[in-house]
Structures are given as C-alpha cells and as structure tokens.
Design a protein around this ligand. Structure first.
Ligand code: 5GP
Length: 210
C-alpha cells in the first residue's frame, strides 16, 4: 500500500422532508463536482422528474429485502412507510480511492452510519421555522393534506435528533445555506487528520546534500 495515501471523507446530510434538502444537495454537487453522491436504493415510487440511477435506484420490495438479507446495505431504514438504503459497494470503492462522499439519509440511517464511521461529518438542515416548513410542503404539491400532516409530525421527531449532529445549517436563503455547506466541507478537508498524508510526505522529504 502506498504510504502517502488519503482515504475519502464521509459527509452525511439529514433534514426533515420539505426543508429543501434535494435542491441544496444538487446545488452543492454543482459547486463541488469532485464530491461523490451516494445514490440510495428505495422502494418508493419515483416522482415526476426523477430518474432511476440518478436520484435513486428504484427497487421492488422483494429485491430490497433480499439486499438487506444479503448484507448489501451500509444502513437501511423505513421512512414514511417505504424502505431506503445505502449500497455499500460503491461507497467503499470511493472512500478507498480517496474520494469524498455525500450521503443524503434520514436520522435513523445517520445513526447507523455514525457507529460504523465515527469520523463521518454529520450535518443537519433545519427549516427557518415550522410555518415555513409547512408552506414549503404545501407548495411542493407532491403530498396529500394528510401526508403533509404526517410529514410535519415526523419532522418534529427528526429535529429532536439534531443535537447530536456536528453541524446545523438553516435553509432560509438557499445560496447562504449552500455556502455554509461548502465551508463545512472545505474546513473538514483542511483538518490535520485529513492532511496527514501531505504532512507525512513533506516531513519524510530529505533534500540531497548540496
Ligand atoms: P424522499 O422520499 O423525500 O426522497 O426521502 C425521504 C427521506 O428518506 C429523506 O429524509 C431522505 O434523506 C431519506 N433517505 C434517502 N435515502 C436514504 C437512505 O439510503 N437511507 C436512509 N436511511 N434514508 C434515506
């Protein structure tokens, strides 16, 4: 194994439904194209505009559950009645290759990942207020009124988990929230531990005597 190698860092983003995480994540990936996005598997049906393989790997329940049994997922959880999971093969490959990876997963999944990757950077996205969250869910127009109510009460439970995340970003103005996320990732990349391979390389370098 080469001595001065860097393994990738893991960034985990969670947010209650309707906070605008998908838009945030898309903007972030445009700004930091070298960041790999882990496309999750799900049993939920695709929404208009979503593409299989880009937004999610859409699986039927039997295939998903067979994957659970076969140990295919790094983590998995049931969210809003559907299954979601992170495929571990691609993730391991990226981290091994030194690439930083972004996971967009719920609080249950984030807890599981934290046990396996204690050095992962956990970021929680908050809405500016409950009123704004409700308005955003209504404006999205993808859920019926009873589903909106259930997503709001799920949001209240999810926000209870925010205190154990490393970073909290409020998604009020999109550009500001994206800048906050970029700053978190850049700062994480500058941490001594993330630069250990460079430090070692430069400390190991002995110029030849003149
Ligand atoms: P949506 O159906 O609105 O795209 O996502 C619903 C919730 O599932 C979001 O909180 C999202 O972060 C979460 N989610 C998406 N992919 C995964 C995954 O692979 N694992 C877990 N645990 N949650 C996920």
């Amino acid at each position: 194994m080469p001595r001065h190698r860097r393994t990738g860092q893991l960034f985990v983003i969670s947010a209650p439904s309707g906070v605008g995480k998908t838009t945030l994540v898309r903007s972030l990936l445009q700004e930091l194209p070298e960041l790999e996005f882990s496309v999750s598997c799900t049993t939920r049906p695709s929404r208009p505009g979503e593409t299989d393989g880009r937004d999610y790997h859409f699986l039927v329940r039997e295939v998903f559950l067979a994957g659970v049994k076969a140990g295919r997922f790094l983590e998995w959880a049931q969210v809003h009645g559907e299954y979601y999971g992170t495929d571990k093969l691609k993730l391991d490959e990226w981290l091994e290759a030194g690439k930083d990876v972004l996971l967009d997963i719920d609080v249950q999944g984030a807890r599981q990942v934290r046990c396996i990757f204690p050095l992962a950077h956990n970021i929680f996205i908050l809405p500016p207020s409950w009123g704004v969250l409700e308005q955003r869910l209504q404006a999205r127009g993808t859920e019926a009124p009873d589903q909106i109510a259930s997503r709001l009460s799920a949001a209240r439970r999810e926000v209870q988990e925010a205190p154990w995340y490393d970073f909290i970003v409020v998604n009020d103005v999109l550009e500001t929230a994206v800048t906050d996320l970029i700053s978190i990732i850049r700062a994480a990349r500058c941490r001594r531990m993330a630069q250990a391979h460079r430090l070692r390389a430069i400390l190991d370098f002995h110029p030849p005597p003149s």
